[in-house]
Design a protein around this ligand. Structure first.
Ligand SMILES: NC(=O)c1ccc[n+]([C@@H]2O[C@H](COP(=O)([O-])OP(=O)(O)OC[C@H]3O[C@@H](n4cnc5c(N)ncnc54)[C@H](O)[C@@H]3O)[C@@H](O)[C@H]2O)c1
Length: 257
């Protein structure tokens, strides 16, 4: 019997690098998946790549920053599968790279809207389902940028600090009901998001930016989405049954050095 046989896991940002890698590992271990993204065609593509039939997977289009759409994706997952065992609250955007005086206010608001309000709304609607069940595990995706300052990233860093704050609060509110809430804090991970950040940071030499980001990591390289997925899957699983309110860095040793 596989670890996630009979379990239902809801993932946001499921079409992206880390969301997809996590969906794949969970599918391999028997989970049923409710996969949410703005880009529902890409989610459908993930489902077909994983070879999941209708009984195992549900593709849901939602903007995680829209309360009605969040309520609808949670309701749809419960309606189809009857429960939610795990929630990977993972959708996020990077914004741009600029010092505070040059950081456009509308982009600051957009980043907070998706990364903070989106994560908050996911918790707001999933926690009551899990409290009622008397069990569940939630993993929020923060970032190394949620633990330290990175010049040029005032929007993104502020948003990911907020995700750590809400993880700490909601973990304490949910723990008495058998619901565990933790966060992963990835460092530089080899997905679309870092490709964009490299371009935003040094438009004329994205490759050079990549080398500079890599060499700042004690392990000397980017992480792969699968390496974040391994930690998220552990936290979602019963093997992490006594892990609550933790922030797991997945960063090659970068953040706490
Ligand atoms: N890649 C990294 O280096 C890194 C490091 C630390 C943290 N993170 C975080 O990991 C998470 C996943 O990032 P990724 O690297 O897989 O990036 P990605 O861009 O590959 O994936 C993000 C996914 O989120 C979706 N999304 C964006 N806004 C949305 C919205 N409003 N509603 C619904 N879906 C939306 C996108 O369509 C995309 O599929 C993000 O929260 C990101 O901030 C990434």
């Amino acid at each position: 019997m596989s670890k996630f046989d009979g379990k239902v896991v809801l993932i946001t940002g499921a079409a992206g690098g880390i969301g997809k890698a996590t969906a794949k590992k969970l599918a391999e271990q028997g989970a049923k998946l409710a996969l949410v993204d703005l880009n529902v065609e890409a989610v459908q593509q993930v489902i077909s790549e994983l070879g999941l039939d209708d009984s195992r997977a549900l593709a849901l289009k939602a903007n995680v920053a829209n309360e009605e759409e969040v309520k609808a994706y949670v309701d749809a997952a419960v309606e189809k599968f009857g429960k939610i065992d795990g929630f990977f609250n993972n959708a996020g955007i990077e914004g741009i790279t600029a010092n505070v005086e040059d950081y456009p206010t509308d982009i600051f608001e957009r980043v907070l809207n998706v990364n903070v309000k989106g994560a908050f709304l996911g918790l707001k609607y999933v926690v009551p389902v899990m409290k009622k069940q008397g069990y569940g595990s939630i993993v929020n995706t923060s970032s190394g940028a949620g633990l330290i300052g990175s010049p040029g990233f005032v929007g993104y860093n502020s948003s990911k600090h907020a995700v750590i704050g809400m993880t700490r609060v909601v973990a304490l509110e949910a723990a008495p009901f058998g619901v565990r809430v933790n966060a992963v804090a990835p460092g530089v991970i080899n997905t679309r998001m870092m490709r964009q950040i490299e371009k935003n940071t040094v438009p004329e030499d994205a490759e050079g930016a990549r080398e500079a980001f890599s060499s700042a990591v004690p392990m000397g390289r980017y992480g792969e989405a699968e390496e974040v997925a391994n930690v998220a899957v552990f936290l979602l699983s019963d093997e992490a049954s006594y892990v609550a309110q933790s922030i797991y860095t997945v960063d090659g040793g970068q953040i706490n050095q």
